[in-house]
Design a protein. Structure first.
Length: 257
């Protein structure tokens, strides 16, 4: 069988492309940022798995697991759900071959949707989970809130004392809230970015008066509170309506000073 010149050229191009992908897979190489080629082992691939297995510890040592939920088949009964203004429970469901924790917006539409683990006795601890942005808020932005070291306020004050991270692909903020309604101050910030697509691993660590944030193993925020630092425990994840997010492999570790 004789092949025409265009066919031979096409076969050569396909052969070189396949050889290139084979070599990239062999040596775990990835195309440059902005490339349309998406490979399963590279960041940004829709089903790429985070590779951070345990938290990064810069002070003390890793202790026991205080809480764990991988969301397989169901979710822990310890989760409490709130929303503004309509209550909605988040759900465990299948997504691209894995069972995930899916944040659902209030229905009818509202402001926020929340999942909380409260009334714990956690002292020094690290929260770790995988996350993925699914749908943006009404203005097209992707972000969520993570609160730790939470302490309740008197019943007459509709607020809590807490450290609050605001996490988006291009900006991260750390705020501190007090038992004065509406009293919140920004205490740290970072413009280190990460790609919006795909799965990422978050870690927030609370050791004494030190608060840290890591994304995919990279330290993003490291703040030491000089005065009146908060001593609570718990965790609280909040998503703005009508955005939706996916979470997986959540663990809370004790940090032994």
């Amino acid at each position: 069988m004789k092949f025409t010149t265009p066919v031979i050229v096409l076969m050569s191009v396909l052969g070189l492309s396949l050889l290139g992908i084979f070599l990239m897979a062999t040596f775990d190489l990835c195309p440059p940022d902005g490339s349309s080629l998406k490979l399963p082992w590279c960041a940004g691939y829709s089903n790429a798995m985070p590779v951070i297995s345990t938290p990064v510890i810069t002070e003390g040592k890793l202790g026991a697991i205080l809480f764990q939920d991988d969301f397989d088949e169901s979710i822990s009964s310890r989760w409490q759900f709130t929303a503004s203004p309509y209550l909605v429970s988040w759900v465990a469901e299948e997504f691209e071959g894995r069972t995930v924790f899916h944040s659902l917006p209030p229905n009818p539409p509202g402001d926020t949707s929340d999942a909380e683990i409260r009334d714990t006795q956690w002292k020094n601890y690290s929260i770790q989970f995988d996350f993925r942005f699914l749908k943006p808020d009404q203005f097209g932005y992707h972000y969520f809130y993570l609160r730790g070291r939470i302490t309740g306020c008197p019943p007459t004050i509709r607020s809590v004392q807490t450290y609050e991270f605001i996490i988006s692909p291009d900006q991260k903020l750390l705020k501190k809230s007090f038992c004065r309604e509406g009293s919140q101050v920004e205490i740290a910030a970072s413009d280190k970015d990460f790609v919006m697509e795909g799965w990422h691993t978050l870690q927030s660590t609370y050791t004494g008066n030190r608060v840290q944030l890591f994304i995919d193993g990279e330290q993003i925020i490291d703040y030491t509170d000089p005065e009146n630092w908060l001593e609570g425990g718990d965790l609280w994840i909040e998503t703005p309506a009508p955005s939706e997010m996916l979470f997986d492999n959540l663990k809370v570790y004790e940090i032994v000073p």
